[in-house]
Design a protein around this ligand. Structure first.
Ligand SMILES: CC(C)(COP(=O)(O)OP(=O)(O)OC[C@H]1O[C@@H](n2cnc3c(N)ncnc32)[C@H](O)[C@@H]1OP(=O)(O)O)[C@@H](O)C(=O)NCCC(=O)NCCS
Length: 180
């Protein structure tokens, strides 16, 4: 397990799956905001890639996020689009509603940076999020990500086009322990 100051990132366990399905992916609005594809329900027991991890998949590493204190499941964190030639990857994060606003998102980004830069030897990490997602923007910026641009009307979300913000962090600018 990879550990931060508040959360740990570990492998997906079988009993995480019904919790994630019910509390995260069955929520149409949140799923539509967090994913770049249309919402559709996940059939219980199906091998949907949002829940069931394929350890052989090279370009995507999904983690379950747990509280360090007690091990309760609080969400998912993913390093995706891993490009070993350009040494870059993207970060994705989704916490259960009851676990938001407690600093877990900021800490999970820090742990994903450690995984990307130290464990995987990447040079650049990237986050795309809706321009009104204050908590994600702040979680990224607290870890040193800088806004590199706005993707105008790039996301179709529940009946309207919304802007996304593109944030990036280079390994040489990364300060592992200081969240400013
Ligand atoms: C986005 C998300 C991962 C952020 O994690 P979080 O644990 O809620 O965020 P934190 O508690 O670490 O807060 C980070 C900062 O945002 C601020 N913040 C938190 N929730 C906020 C909100 N609803 N509105 C405005 N600011 C907020 C916090 O005060 C904190 O700022 P500070 O560091 O200046 O104190 C989480 O809210 C989430 O899973 N949301 C739904 C899914 C999603 O949007 N995923 C991202 C898709 S790209």
């Amino acid at each position: 397990m990879l550990t931060g100051s508040k959360v740990g990132l570990r492998a997906r366990h079988e009993d995480d799956i019904p919790v994630l399905r019910t509390e995260l992916y069955d929520d149409v609005v949140n799923s539509s905001r967090a994913e770049g594809r249309p919402w559709r329900p996940i059939t219980p027991g199906s091998e949907d890639s949002r829940l069931v991890v394929d350890d052989k998949e090279q370009g995507r590493v999904p983690f379950s996020v747990v509280e360090l204190d007690g091990g309760t499941l609080v969400g998912t964190a993913t390093l995706w689009g891993i490009d070993d030639h350009n040494r870059s990857a993207h970060i994705g994060l989704a916490l259960l509603p009851s676990s938001r606003g407690k600093g877990y998102g900021t800490d999970a980004v820090a742990v994903l940076c450690h995984y990307g830069f130290v464990v995987r030897g990447l040079q650049r990490l990237q986050i795309e999020t809706l321009s009104d997602n204050a908590a994600m923007l702040r979680s990224a910026e607290r870890n040193g990500f800088v806004r590199e641009g706005v993707l105008r009307s790039s996301a179709w979300v529940m009946g309207e086009f919304l802007d996304e913000v593109l944030l990036g962090l280079l390994v040489q600018d990364w300060k592992p322990d200081s969240k400013s």
